[in-house]
Ligand binder design. Sequence first.
Ligand SMILES: NC(=O)c1ccc[n+]([C@@H]2O[C@H](COP(=O)([O-])OP(=O)(O)OC[C@H]3O[C@@H](n4cnc5c(N)ncnc54)[C@H](O)[C@@H]3O)[C@@H](O)[C@H]2O)c1
Length: 369
Amino acid sequence: MTRTSGPVGVGIIGAGVIAAQYLDQLTTYPDIEVRAIGDLRPEAAATRAEEYGVPRHGPVDVVLEDPEIEIVVNLTIPAAHYAVSRSILDVGKHVWTEKPLVTTRADASSLLDAAREQGLRIGGAPDTVLGAGVQTALRALRGGEIGEPRSALAQFRSPGPESWHPNPDFLFQLGAGPLYDMGPYYLNSLVLAYGPVASVSAVGSRSVTTRTIGSGPRAGQTFEVEVPTRVQGLLRFDDGTSAAVEFSFDDALGQPHVLELSGATGTLALPDPNQFAGETSIAARGEEVWTEREPVGAVGGRGLGTLEMARALRAGRPHRLTGDLAGHVLDIMISLDEATRADGSVPVASTVTAPELLPEDFDPLTATL
Ligand SMILES: NC(=O)c1ccc[n+]([C@@H]2O[C@H](COP(=O)([O-])OP(=O)(O)OC[C@H]3O[C@@H](n4cnc5c(N)ncnc54)[C@H](O)[C@@H]3O)[C@@H](O)[C@H]2O)c1
């Protein structure tokens, strides 16, 4: 039976690095009750549960078997996303998943179909695009401040995460690399800005075939690099606009992010789409200055999308960051990946409707239910 009031019961599967950021937020939202955390490694779940005062922890079943949990947050590694999300749907619970949705188009279809058949929701990261930073820029775009949209430029360039992540192997395997790991922040923002993508072309490269872990108990160990570590692509959107994108773990130094939208009368430079805040810069053609725009909107961190989905669930309305959106962004990324091998353009079969903007006064810390 669908509940209509009270906080939404949430469970977490995956107690690794990013679970801490989610728990930082989810445990402070009055509309969410974090009831349990499970992991293949129950000791990792126990550590996080203790840090954040989560009442139950253990293997994954601790989460799946709790009848009061309505949404399960999947924070496992990409290769496990499909099986874990499927097991959540199979026990009749809604899914919020970290990116990417899954790693293949077949798994995406199967997961989204299963959710539809069972009347369950899937929501997908990144939820940074609901933060005040990106939302302020999108409001300016939709308000006509750069005129008719024409094109975009997106660049994420870094040396790669193996220096700071204690278990970085998965970030260089199927479902990761800079395209699948960092691409979602930029590609989600671009789809929210310009709508669905119709076709792509791309080239990719890999600077080295092994890397060395730089921190944690495994520091000094080497591992194989299985995916391209630089992808440079072109996107053509359904509405005729275009974008040039570049995602790299191959740069000597971390470079400032670039995410710019250009229209007939001006350009918007967005804040880092991997953050929830940050200023937007706006330049009008003919005036050779940037004007800064302070972010207005939801404060918070990872977990905001889960909260937005929880509130939508109670209200019986659609949530914004749907599985279909995550599936379309996955489809774009797989198409870019395929294009790196074909060195040609690959059509994207799926389409999607961009969600409504989040209201400026969306306050995670207010009890509304
Ligand atoms: N680390 C980051 O900065 C970051 C940022 C944003 C998003 N993410 C995303 O979050 C997800 C997790 O990343 P992470 O850095 O926390 O990884 P991690 O390796 O630190 O943690 C993953 C956890 O999932 C558990 N796990 C793996 N397979 C499982 C399974 N089948 N069932 C139950 N538990 C399982 C592991 O034991 C581990 O505790 C990834 O999808 C990643 O893309 C990570």
